[in-house]
Design a protein around this ligand. Sequence first.
Ligand code: GTP
Ligand code: ZN
Length: 227
Amino acid sequence: MSTYRETVPTAAVAVRARVTVALERFGGVAVQLVTFTGIPDGGEHVALVVPPPPSAAQAPVPLVRLHSECLTGDIFGSTRCDCGPQLDEALRRMAVEGGVLLYLRQEGRGIGLYNKLDAYVLQDRGNDTFEANRLLGRGEDERDYTSAAAMLQALGLEQIRVLTNNPDKVRQLRRHGITVREAIPTRVHLTADNARYLQAKAAYGGHTLDLDKTTGLHGASATQRSA
Ligand SMILES: Nc1nc2c(ncn2[C@@H]2O[C@H](COP(=O)(O)OP(=O)(O)OP(=O)(O)O)[C@@H](O)[C@H]2O)c(=O)[nH]1
Ligand SMILES: [Zn+2]
């Protein structure tokens, strides 16, 4: 826990909002898409800023989601993972109370799309999601949230509530000087197809996923396709 207090200096990082584009009629709320200059890792990450609707009670601390890119789940609706439903959940929630979603170009937990698809092949042969990365000679999770923290600072978001089940996101943001007031878990989007993947995240990835309380799928789905 001591790492929580270990703050990484960010003074040298001059990240600034670059262009803000309104996306009218998005989910019935006028949201803005923000690009940045000076992002440390050079990724084309964006922020989706969702203003609270006029009727909403003003949230004291902004709701933030750091969403790692998942082409297969976010765009093509793959059911091997829970990324698509999590993205949908975050946007629906923000349409109600406002918030900021950082869409981070960290495909495959940072190993890239082609490697992730190679990892899927290994998972279809019986390896879990973390073993598969290791067998490819990559880290289990290569994501670094330095850029995400700098983007939040550029947006003036020093204090946030973060929507996540992943303690590493919270830990890293705090190390970079972001005050995470609360980590709000997402719902558990358990299906037969993603059960083995979610079990691995809960067992080895440290994610706060209470699979047993979700549905009866937990035990039954372990023999389903590897995710
Ligand atoms: N390498 C690899 N990456 C995956 C796999 N399934 C999903 N991903 C990637 O994992 C990232 C999402 O990570 P998750 O672990 O699902 O969720 P998280 O972002 O760590 O945590 P939450 O904030 O709770 O959603 C995205 O970049 C996906 O592309 C997989 O089987 N292998
Ligand atoms: Zn995914």
